[in-house]
Design a protein. Sequence first.
Length: 297
Amino acid sequence: MEFRQLSYFIAVVETGSISAASRYVHIAQPALTRQIRLLEEDLDTRLFDRHARGMRLTVAGQALYEDAQQLLDARAQIRARLSALGSGLTGKVSLGVTVTHLWVPDVAGLLRRYRDRYPQIAFEVFPLLSGPQLERLREGSLDAGVLYLDETGHPGLEARRLQNDHLVLAVPEHSPWAQAPPQGLAELANADFVWGFRSASPIYFDRMQAHFQRLDFHPRVVQYGADNIAILSMVAAGLGIAILPAASSCHPMPGIRFLRLPELDACEMPLWFAWRPDNDSPALRNLVELVCETTKC
């Protein structure tokens, strides 16, 4: 039994005769008659009672007519679903985003444009620091990531630069620094700093440390936070001050003032969109194409 034969069978039922059905499905009448006979032989039952006035469905034929319509509808649905999956119109994309950048307009705008263009794609967004993102990208449990990477190479990954960030100083809003901002890092030599762990984002951490070494600046770290949101919470509580990506100021955090210093502006912190080139997900491919459109890569 073939889908083609079922289509012919339905045409005969709905037009009422072989001759009318042959014109409807654009097949010669003898060929259509043969296909109906083959279908009956395959099913080992008569589907029609043939008489001078035409053809009438048997009980078995009526049952097949009902089932055949459902089978053809299911076939059409499967084809449409697979076609949509193959073209990236449906499916899902798992995306890691550094905690700081969840509220950044460039990142939020990218997600919004993708959703507008592909409304049937489900996003799975994971707020992850760059270190954990790299691990999950390489093991294949993330489709893509928005993170800090080294510009010298990305083993096992493809990447496109999304934007350039820089550093800012975060201080409690009631601290003396908020009222009289420092003019340079040297004024902060004796300040208490809240810092992050290198394991959370090794590339970001090393880039920042290298910048401070060039400036001969050695912050006095007295507190540590697991991520930038935790660090900001500690700053708001008055436990110290912190140096963070400027994107941190996009997050609504009461009790904090963000201050710019020329020495921090000079530390470029590029943010990248990265994915595994061997990931053949059509939905991911469409997201990569949108990133390329946005960044003009």
